[in-house]
Write a protein that binds this ligand. Structure first.
Ligand code: AMP
Ligand code: MG
Length: 526
């Protein structure tokens, strides 16, 4: 096989934006530049553990290309293909509400922008490929457990229809990485890994914030106009480049995309866990899978991130508010590009409006209603309160709700979604009363049950990457068995299909996983 001509690279980010003239790969503050030259640091023994065939197809790669040792070397950071020009980018961010200064790609190294035969642009990025000028005090590496979680969840989200960065490959490095997983003073060696992430753009809110904070307004304008031209081509055609009109339309579009993303997360029960502004994609993609989690028993206050356990800033139910707060920080950063703040305020209004519309659409769809009526909010609010009080599994509940017989609604249809028999017994009358009202509402909708069921099952997934499932795959992979990764990935390809043979992956969180590290709580150590 020849890997020489696999990709056609057109590295616009590097070509059109200023780079750091200092060639040293040493930790420092980088001023006046969007990126720094840096090569991945080679690893001992790169080996492909898993790959996404859909992402490979989008990059015009076939299985033989991907499985070759030459490709493992590239995806592990040991070799470059013609056209690859590795670099790390400079960004800042607000972390947990505080401005954190320069962050940047501390362990992610872009290889270049591959343009596929269909003309789509896909930036390839190795995460865990070694130190960069932005590594601060860390090692630039990533461990297998967090890499596997990022690899699987990126692809699972894509199949769920949620905007996300993608993952092409998961490679083990053969090197150990030292981590104190629980932050309890017990560091241990873990297997290292590299994920090849893929997205049209990895630009974050923090890329704009860093230049605004430093007063580098010309660079801020250049990055904004570059982003519009490269990443929002359909917008770029609507007004002159560099005009306030275009920049305002762009900010409003970022706001609307972010609103749609929040509605999707709510729909599927995803909690990002670290919604710092450096983890917010300008394209409204889910980005940076760290201590994320999936809601098991419905609880708006639940957060998977142990670092956030006290404040719950990034808990499930707060994500839409946090997204808006983050957009406000982006608006602050973009303020120097506008004569007054009105266009930015209009963008934030677009966030509120879009989120309200999306939430109404999403709730109607989740409950199987043709259209959301104002009084439906009460019906939904009641069941959400009940689901929380009775500790009912969110994913399982909505699949079972689709099975409810409008003519004879029965709590037994839902019983399997309860975690606790005592709470089922205690709350049974409340659920029965709610089901009566729900059935009456469905009757008013006059939609045949079969049609409603099919529609609900298209938006309420049967399979999500439950925390314990990822943890099981990790433990097996650490023991050398990668078959579960492929089986899980294969199941998550069709998350809305019944797939009876894969029922084990739809099972609610087992008891052993309730308080286990990696299943119910995750640290940022990765
Ligand atoms: P995160 O919390 O993973 O989004 O990371 C926040 C910042 O820390 C980003 O600038 C990352 O690049 C950087 N970072 C996280 N882990 C490492 C690591 N092991 N080595 C270098 N930089 C890191
Ligand atoms: Mg990050």
């Amino acid at each position: 096989m020849s890997t020489a001509s696999l990709f056609n690279f057109d590295n616009r980010f590097r070509r059109e934006l200023p780079g750091d003239p200092d060639p040293r790969n040493a930790v420092r503050q980088v001023h006046g530049a969007c990126w720094s030259d840096v090569l991945p640091t080679p690893v001992s023994a790169p080996r492909l553990l898993a790959h996404s065939r859909e992402m490979a197809a989008l990059l015009d790669l076939d299985e033989a290309d991907l499985r070759s040792p030459e490709m493992a070397a590239v995806l592990g950071g040991n070799a470059l293909l013609p056209g690859m020009q590795p670099y790390a980018t400079c960004y800042g961010g607000h972390q947990f509400g505080q401005w954190a200064g320069q962050l940047g790609d501390g362990r992610a190294i872009a290889l270049g922008e591959a343009v596929n035969r269909a003309g789509q642009r896909w930036e390839l990025q190795l995460k865990g490929a070694g130190p960069t000028p932005y590594s601060r005090r860390a090692d630039g590496r990533a461990v297998l457990r967090s890499s596997l979680r990022e690899f699987l969840c990126s692809e699972a989200m894509h199949h769920l229809g949620v905007p996300t960065t993608r993952a092409l490959s998961l490679v083990t490095t053969g090197d150990a990485v030292l981590r104190d997983m629980l932050y309890d003073g017990h560091p241990a060696d873990e297997p290292g890994a590299v994920v090849c992430r893929v997205a049209p753009s990895f630009t974050r809110f923090g890329h704009f914030e860093i230049f605004a904070t430093r007063g580098e307004h010309a660079l801020l304008a250049r990055l904004a106009d570059f982003t519009i031209a490269r990443d929002f081509p359909e917008l770029a055609a609507t007004a002159p480049a560099g005009s306030e009109t275009l920049r305002a339309a762009w900010f409003a579009d970022v706001c609307a995309r972010t609103a749609r993303l929040m509605a999707h997360w709510l729909r599927v029960g995803f909690v990002h866990g670290v919604m710092n502004t450096d983890n917010m994609s300008i394209l409204g993609l889910t980005i940076d899978y760290g201590p994320y989690g999936w809601v098991d028993n419905f609880a708006p206050g639940w957060t998977p991130n142990t670092t956030d356990a006290a404040g719950r800033r990034y808990c499930f139910g707060r994500q839409p508010d946090v997204a808006r707060w983050n957009l406000e920080r982006l608006a602050d950063a973009l303020r120097p590009l506008f004569a007054d703040a009105a266009p930015l305020a209009a963008g934030l209004d677009a966030y509120d409006r879009t989120y309200a519309e999306e939430a109404a659409r999403l709730f109607a769809a989740k409950f199987g209603l043709r259209k959301w009526r104002e009084d439906d909010a009460e019906l939904a609010g009641e069941i959400f309160a009940l689901l929380e009080r009775a500790e009912v599994d969110m994913t399982d509940f909505f699949r079972r709700l689709a099975d409810v017989d409008r003519a004879a609604p029965a709590v037994d249809t839902l019983a399997g979604a309860f975690y606790r028999d005592d709470l089922l017994r205690q709350q049974r009358p409340a659920f029965a009363a709610w089901l009566q009202r729900y059935a009456a509402r469905l009757a008013a909708d006059a939609r045949p049950d079969a049609e409603r069921r099919a529609a609900m099952n298209r938006v309420n997934p049967r399979f999500v990457l439950r925390n314990y499932l990822a943890q099981q795959a990790i433990e097996r992979a650490e023991a050398g068995d990668t078959a579960p990764i492929d089986e899980l990935l294969d199941t998550l390809r069709r998350p809305y299909d019944e797939q009876p043979a894969r029922a084990q992956f739809a099972a609610k969180r087992p008891d052993w996983a309730r308080h286990k590290a990696g299943c119910s709580m995750l640290s940022c150590s990765s």
